[in-house]
Design a protein around this ligand. Structure first.
Ligand code: HPA
Ligand code: MG
Length: 196
C-alpha cells in the first residue's frame, strides 16, 4: 500500500480566524463565517508543493493540466513557484500547460483545487488512460475528510480539511466567492443569498 501523503492537516475543531482580522471584500462581509486558510498560508504551502513536485517528476517534459474553473488560482500560483525553481536551481523541467482538452500527453501533472468524494478525479483519470500517458501525478490544494469519500488520495496534497463547504481562492459556491483571496467557511446567510 502506498504511504499516506503528508500534508498540513486542519482538524475538525479548527476555529479559523475572525473576518475582521483580515481584508475581505465588502460584498462578502455577511456571507462568510470565518477565514479558514489565510492566503499567505496557501502561498507558503504551495511553494513547498512546487519543490516536492519538481523532485518527484524527474526531468522529462511535463504537461500541467488545469482542472477549470476552481483550479485556476492554485494552478497559476503553483506554476509561478515551479517556474522560479526552474530559473534558480540546477534541475529544470520544460513545461507546457493545458486546460482539460484531451490529446496525447507525455508526463501529466493534474492540478485540482479540491478532492471531495474523489469521484470526479477517478473519472478524469479513467478518461486519461485512453491517451496512454507515461506518468500521471495529481496535486490537489485541498482534500476533504468526508465519509462520502471513495478513498482516492492524490500524489500531493496542500491541506486536509474537515467536512465543511469552503470557498475562496477560486473555489466557488454557485460561481460566487472565486474573487476572494482566503479560503473561508461560508455562512448561512451566504448560502441563502447565493443559492442557485
Ligand atoms: N467548496 C467548493 N467547491 C467544492 C467543495 C467545497 O467545499 N467540495 C466540492 N466542490
Ligand atoms: Mg474542482
Amino acid at each position: 500500500m502506498a504511504a499516506a501523503v503528508e500534508c498540513v492537516v486542519i482538524t475538525d475543531d479548527e476555529q479559523g480566524y475572525g473576518l475582521d482580522l483580515f481584508c475581505i471584500p465588502k460584498h462578502y462581509s455577511n456571507d462568510l463565517e470565518r477565514v479558514f486558510i489565510p492566503h499567505g498560508l496557501i502561498m507558503d504551502r504551495t511553494e513547498r508543493l512546487a519543490r516536492d513536485i519538481m523532485k518527484a517528476m524527474g526531468n522529462h517534459h511535463i504537461v500541467a493540466l488545469c482542472v477549470l474553473k476552481g483550479g485556476y488560482k492554485f494552478f497559476a500560483d503553483l506554476l509561478d513557484y515551479i517556474k522560479a525553481l526552474n530559473r534558480n536551481s540546477d534541475q529544470s523541467i520544460p513545461m507546457t500547460v493545458d486546460f482539460i482538452r484531451l490529446k496525447s500527453y507525455c508526463n501529466v501533472l493534474i492540478v485540482e483545487d479540491i478532492i471531495d468524494t474523489g469521484k470526479t478525479m477517478q473519472t478524469l483519470l479513467n478518461m486519461l488512460q485512453d491517451y496512454k500517458p507515461n506518468m500521471v501525478k495529481v496535486v490537489s490544494l485541498l482534500v476533504k475528510r468526508t465519509p462520502r469519500s471513495v478513498g482516492y488520495r492524490p500524489d500531493f496534497v496542500g491541506f486536509e480539511v474537515p467536512d465543511k463547504f469552503v470557498v475562496g481562492y477560486a473555489l466557488d459556491y454557485n460561481e460566487y466567492f472565486r474573487d476572494l483571496n482566503h479560503i473561508c467557511v461560508i455562512s448561512e446567510k451566504g448560502r441563502e443569498k447565493y443559492k442557485a
